[in-house]
Design a binder for this molecule. Structure first.
Ligand code: CDP
Ligand code: MG
Length: 765
């Protein structure tokens, strides 16, 4: 454990100016050599760059990091865990000092807001205190988390502290995964899961107390729960309690919203954090982050490093680069101590996740490269250095694509402060901000905009409607979304036939709400019953819901691609996914089959789980409808039917191969039918560089150097008119522009809001 506070030697700022390093440098030859090696490695990397680079990097980076850590953790010989007993550790947390006070306040009030520094023990301790003082006898003690990884990792930790098997007294529940039993007293869950439970049980009768954790994140689900749970608490008069917890929030606003409830502050222990800014804006923040990490490792005293990046690909690329650079460095200089590189992001295998909490072996340094999850949701001990490039990936409505997409944007000041705070938990620390002081002061927003104000709301609106809440515009949101955004959601649901023209939930809409997925998907699932191919659609949807199943290691790229080609279907990727699943099933879910065919076994098993879950939901639906025959039916390989079922849900996600002038595009550019955005078929697609395709349907768009359609299938344009009559119509011959003449299809989208009579429920406009 590092004893001395890390400190930048005086005069280092001048040196920065001299040698061009961002923050500091000891300008020894070692470092010059390092730079050269780094440069070489980078050039080599660029040489074999190709559009699919990232997926190769993924697997090998993860593998390298896992390997490195495995070697490490075996030799881990000391650390907090082995020194302190669990009890001592629990009692050393700031929240322990106020345990009784806290329990008293909760006892006396139905709702309580609790604010406390990250790492003070809110998430792991308060639930246990509540269970210890008897709340578990009257119902479950629930705690929500915005992120799946956090829910799982915290549940694991608490089950260790309690000394039970995960899933017994302490469990967790996330989408498609329920790790609880009848004996579960403390349940960690994603906010989205609890929101779904409100559909069947608006009074939350299972629970005696619910803790909405990480409230400052303001996810859509948490915001919806604010209103739903406030109502449930009011209705249940004393038998349901609500706790809102957070690292930072506007406590008077929250208190006011929750019926003027008390606000309890947990005093944390924090050490000063020195903050450094860059002199100039960084061109490439990943590169800058890597350089900064290397600089810290080579020239600073012991202490672990935490780096914030925006997503999995970035993180894995960064991990791989650091591992590469370090291995070159070890070779050239035996005195350099080992740097353990650990990624953390939500889709990461769970064995890896728990490793970030293990103490760093003596004489080594750990660098954790994380998404925003490490900002407040999880706490890693021993961090002395934070590297903050200042960006975060958020889900936002993208007008150009006409859909929600993940975009990278600058963080808010509040987030920047949270991030730097991570360096001051164990002792005085340093935060390197890879942006200028001016950017922090003048360009960053003070607070993060709640998700509900920037995201597509169709899923939320559908759920509210399914809960019987008709007047969604006046729903009791803490921050009410713009009426325009709600109207857009209502329109989208109308087009999907989930609502009628009065804005009332249709039978289709009701069925859709049973499925925990986006409306386009649930619509497809429902429609597939009528098309007679619900079995196949279920499999494809399950495959679409898991991380990429194709494994493409850098050294065996050609072999892997050949293996994948065997599955490729001429119609496109949806049926390719079905092929893969069916072949795996034929092999009796064999592990060797997976490795022989370059398929990720983990993803496949997850897909099988999702398929089973979907089957259960279909079964519930059947029972509710009093159907005697199962609605899970197979079309026995009729490909066209399957694609038509997808078209009936994904008709908005279609594109036509045309150039700017409206002619067939030789270069292979497509344009989306709704927004006319130029898009391309992703190189991983079975349809990549295939000719003779006019129209396609895609699952998602991703933006790299250009817009790519992922999971693409050929369609017949006439199906659009047939299966989405509220959205497309055949254009009248005399109104056709030259461009439209060839296919006679016109999206109704833009005319829709002017032409159609649109009423909100209860006759208001
Ligand atoms: O919720 P809050 O940020 O207030 O703190 P917490 O998540 O309850 O964490 C309390 C302590 O438990 C921290 O010191 C964490 O490092 C530790 N912890 C851990 O060691 N392993 C986990 N999986 C979660 C927390
Ligand atoms: Mg917490």
């Amino acid at each position: 454990q590092p004893q001395k506070a890390a400190r930048i030697p005086d005069g280092s700022l001048e040196r920065i100016a001299q040698n061009g390093s961002r923050f500091m440098s000891d300008a020894r030859e070692k470092k010059m050599e390092l730079r050269k090696q780094v440069e070489r490695a980078r050039r080599e990397k660029e040489r074999d760059a190709d559009p699919m680079k990232s997926s190769d990097v993924d697997s090998s980076a993860a593998a390298t990091a896992i390997q490195a850590w495995k070697r490490q953790s075996r030799s881990a010989t000391y650390g907090i865990r082995s020194h302190k007993s669990i009890r001592e550790q629990r009692e050393s947390l700031p929240v322990f000092a106020v345990r009784d006070q806290l329990l008293n306040i909760i006892k006396e009030h139905d709702m309580t807001v609790i604010v406390g520094e990250t790492g003070s023990g809110k998430t792991t301790q308060i639930t246990q205190y509540l269970a210890e003082s008897g709340y578990g006898e009257k119902g479950i003690v629930a705690c929500t988390q915005p992120r799946r990884v956090a829910a799982i990792s915290v549940a694991k930790r608490v089950s260790e502290e309690v000394g039970c098997k995960l899933g017994d007294e302490v469990g967790y529940q996330i989408r498609f995964e329920d790790c609880t039993t009848t004996s579960t007293i403390i349940k960690y869950m994603t906010d989205g899961m609890l929101e779904r439970e409100a559909l069947v049980d608006p009074d939350m009768l299972k629970y005696s107390i619910i803790m909405l954790d990480e409230a400052h994140e303001r996810t859509v689900a948490t915001d919806v729960l604010f209103a739903l749970l406030r109502d449930a608490v009011r209705r249940r008069k004393g038998s349901l309690k609500l706790i809102i917890t957070s690292a930072t929030l506007d406590s008077s606003k929250f208190s006011h919203y929750f019926d003027d409830c008390p606000v309890f502050h947990i005093e944390g222990r924090t050490f000063p954090v020195k903050i450094y800014y860059t002199k100039q804006p960084e061109k490439d923040y990943i590169e800058a982050a890597i350089d900064t990490v290397m600089d810290i490792h080579v020239s600073n005293p012991p202490g672990d490093i935490l780096v914030f990046l925006t997503g999995r690909e970035e993180i894995e690329t960064c991990c791989e680069t650091i591992v590469q650079k370090m291995s070159t460095l070890y070779k050239s200089d035996a005195s350099v101590s080992e740097l353990i590189v650990l990624p953390i992001y939500s889709a990461m295998p769970s064995e890896m996740q728990s490793r970030i909490f293990e103490p760093t072996p003596k004489g080594k340094r750990k660098v954790v490269i994380a998404t925003n999850i490490a900002e407040t949701s999880i706490t890693i001990d021993g961090i002395y250095y934070v590297v903050d490039p200042g960006f975060v990936k958020v889900n936002a409505y993208d007008a150009k694509l006409g859909m929600d997409s993940l975009i990278v944007q600058p963080i808010s000041k509040a987030q920047a402060d949270q991030r730097s705070g991570r360096a001051g938990r164990t002792g005085p620390g340093i935060c390197y901000r890879l942006y200028t002081k001016k950017a922090y002061e003048r360009e960053m927003a003070a607070n993060t905009v709640p998700e509900i104000l920037r995201q597509n709301l169709s899923n939320t609106v559908l759920m509210l409607k399914a809960m019987g809440i008709e007047d969604v515009v006046h729903f009791g949101f803490m921050d009410r979304p713009k009426e325009q955004a709600i109207l857009a959601a209502l329109q989208e649901l109308y087009i999907l036939d989930a609502l009628d023209s009065d804005g009332r939930l249709t039978r289709t809409g009701k069925y859709m709400s049973y499925f925990p997925m986006e409306p386009l998907m649930s619509k497809t699932m429902i429609q597939s019953v009528d098309f007679g191919c619900s079995y196949e659609v279920m499999v494809i949807i399950a495959m679409l819901s898991v991380p990429d199943v194709f494994y493409r290691p850098r050294e065996q790229r050609e072999k892997a691609d050949k293996a994948k080609q065997q599955f490729d279907d001429y119609t496109g990727d949806h049926l390719t996914l079905l092929n893969v699943y069916e072949k795996w099933e034929d092999s009796e879910f064999s592990r060797t089959w997976c490795s022989d065919h370059y398929v990720h076994e983990k993803s496949m098993r997850k897909a099988r789980d999702v398929k089973i879950q979907l089957g259960k939901i279909m079964g519930q639906l059947d029972r509710r409808e009093g159907r005697r025959d199962s609605s899970i039916v197979s079309c026995k390989g009729d490909k066209e039917i399957i694609i038509k079922a997808f078209v009936s849900g994904y008709f908005k996600n279609c594109a036509k191969r045309v150039n700017n002038a409206g002619h067939y595009d030789e270069e292979g550019t497509f344009r989306t039918l709704v927004e006319n955005t130029p898009v391309h078929i992703h190189p991983s697609s079975a349809l990549f560089r295939k000719g003779g395709i006019d129209y396609v349907m895609y699952h998602t768009l991703i933006l790299t150097n250009q817009e790519y359609m992922q999971c693409v299938t050929k369609i017949d344009a006439r199906w659009l008119v047939k299966y989405a009559p509220r959205f497309y119509k055949q254009a009248a011959e005399n109104e056709l522009s030259l461009m439209k003449k060839r296919e006679k299809i016109e999206p109704l989208w833009n005319r829709f809001d002017q032409g159609q009579e649109w009423r909100l429920s209860r006759g208001r406009r």
